[in-house]
Design a protein around this ligand. Structure first.
Ligand code: SAM
Length: 203
């Protein structure tokens, strides 16, 4: 992946601007997780502090500046955490290796969503779940048109982020059953609406 050092340096500030609501959503995202958890596209590792002490987290992140920051945060986490450079489309893990996978503002950015989602299914143990907190394509035609308009420029500036992706639709097409709730806040923006919830492989 191309490196995005400016985006990487700005990301913590962007998240801080989301204030308490943003952090509450992230806490809800990982709440109750146990066992071995994979977080894809973990960025600067903001979520690493939120996992409980009994969890073993493996964070995968392709962008070098982001990965360095995440590694530094992993050393202060309560959970046992490690950070690997890599992409969601090619996960270096055996089948059924994880109890849960966490995807936080990353399915908008992966280069090949069907391939990444197939990899998530592969590494998730039977009965495991994918926790998602993502911004998605608007269901309002006018807002979706704005997302389509800004995406060609936006994805160059923001670690390949595509505001116009129908991520819930992609999860359903990849064989997941999805239960999400709306999680939008703040002023209108291309990276709204947001959804928070869980996706489970359909048998
Ligand atoms: C908007 S940032 C979110 C970072 C982090 N998940 C968070 O919420 O704080 C998007 C992240 O997705 C990562 N990313 C982009 N393409 C990816 C891929 N193919 N596989 C895994 N992560 C990817 C980027 O490097 C970046 O860290």
């Amino acid at each position: 992946m191309k490196s995005h050092p400016i985006f990487a340096r700005a990301w913590d500030l962007v998240v801080r601007l989301g204030g308490r609501t943003e952090m509450e959503h992230r806490q809800e995202l990982v709440r109750g997780l146990r066992g071995t958890v994979l977080e894809i596209g973990a960025g600067t590792g903001i979520n690493l502090a939120l996992y409980g002490p009994g969890v073993r987290v493996v964070a995968v992140e392709p962008e070098p500046t982001m990965a360095r920051r995440a590694a530094s945060r992993s050393r202060r986490a309560r959970a046992s955490a490690s950070v690997l450079r890599g992409v969601a489309e090619h996960l270096p893990f055996r089948d059924d290796a994880f109890d849960a996978v966490v995807a936080c503002y990353v399915l908008c950015s992966v280069a090949d969503p069907p391939r990444a989602l197939a990899e998530l299914r592969r590494v998730l143990r039977p009965g495991g779940e994918v926790r998602i907190y993502e911004h998605v394509r608007s269901s309002r035609p006018r807002a979706a048109r704005v997302q389509d308009l800004v995406t060609p420029l936006w994805h160059r500036c923001g670690c390949n982020c595509h505001p116009n992706r129908d991520t819930v639709g992609a999860l359903c097409s990849a064989g997941f059953q999805v239960e999400v709730r709306p999680a939008s806040y703040g002023p209108p923006a291309p990276v709204r609406p947001r959804v928070l919830g869980v996706a489970r492989p359909r048998p």
